[in-house]
Design a protein around this ligand. Structure first.
Ligand SMILES: Nc1ncnc2c1ncn2[C@@H]1O[C@H](COP(=O)(O)OP(=O)(O)OP(=O)(O)O)[C@@H](O)[C@H]1O
Ligand SMILES: [Mg+2]
Length: 248
């Protein structure tokens, strides 16, 4: 059973919204902005514990909190760390608004210091594989959904650039829906190949040797022939099915 989420007033967590420097002036300004944007409080909730509060995540550039919005409900708030090397989250927030296929968290607001977005209530691909005994048809479905999400990013002309090791950027939701997060390094590109990185990663992980026809198909896909996606999907899933002894 999921533990109840405890709501905390923003003013009680000024040290978190200005982590790690804890600057009073910035805290007051950020708190005022969050309140004006409709944030009613911060939940003490998430897999990580930072200075007295559970949070959804902590990266090099940000802290991510679960918050209560007055009209939207639960939202994730990505707040720029006060020691971040990046001077803004604006580009990342903007890029996420370009999503046409629903593979990224929906963005409600963004500026230099904040991104208010959809809370992704799922687990990372890494955790999903570690904690569920995924095999057979379920594994096939998972792989298909992950590949399809990467393909959708490609169709959207967005290169994530951090999917070579996608363990922590790919989230698996209930019903095995896939969402991709953290577009900090992402860029708009004429010919992205998120799919290529995921295929390489998966073939390594599952110890499937990349057959020569796969290399040809990926090359074709990379050169812009997006129709090859179906062939890549069919080829990869049938190799996996053979390994698992199931029919597709
Ligand atoms: N929309 C969201 N819903 C739920 N959890 C999220 C969401 N966005 C981010 N997180 C959690 O917060 C963590 C940090 O987020 P993110 O990777 O975007 O931050 P970052 O500062 O860019 O991190 P890094 O330095 O690792 O790149 C994620 O790994 C994830 O667990
Ligand atoms: Mg990042």
């Amino acid at each position: 059973m999921t533990p109840p989420k405890k709501l905390v007033e923003i003013n009680e967590v000024l040290h978190i919204i200005t982590y790690p420097k804890n600057v009073a002036e910035i805290g007051v300004a950020r708190s005022k902005k969050l309140t004006e944007l409709g944030i009613k409080g911060i939940y003490d909730y998430g897999p990580l514990f930072v200075e007295g509060l559970r949070v959804l995540g902590k990266g090099h550039s940000s802290i991510v909190l679960l918050a209560k919005h007055e009209s939207i409900g639960d939202v994730a708030v990505k707040i720029r760390r006060t020691d971040s090397k990046k001077d803004s989250l604006f580009r990342e927030g903007y890029l996420m608004t370009l999503d046409r296929f629903g593979v990224m968290p929906k963005v409600h607001y963004f500026d230099d210091d904040l991104i208010i977005m959809e809370f992704i209530d799922g687990v990372t691909l890494g955790k999903y594989l570690r904690t569920n005994d995924v095999k057979g048809a379920t594994l096939l479905k998972l792989i298909m959904n992950v590949l399809t999400a990467a393909y959708k990013l490609d169709l959207n002309l967005i290169d994530h650039l951090e999917l070579a090791n996608p363990y922590k950027h790919i989230f698996i939701l209930k019903d095995m829906e896939v969402k991709i997060i953290d577009f900090e390094s992402a860029k708009v590109s004429e010919n992205p190949c998120n799919l290529c990185r995921i295929v390489s990663y998966l073939t390594n992980l599952l110890r499937i040797s990349k057959q020569s026809n796969m290399e040809v198909m990926l090359k074709k896909y990379k050169s812009g022939c997006r129709d090859s996606f179906q062939d890549i999907l069919t080829s990869l899933t049938s190799v996996m099915a053979q390994l698992n002894g199931i029919s597709v």
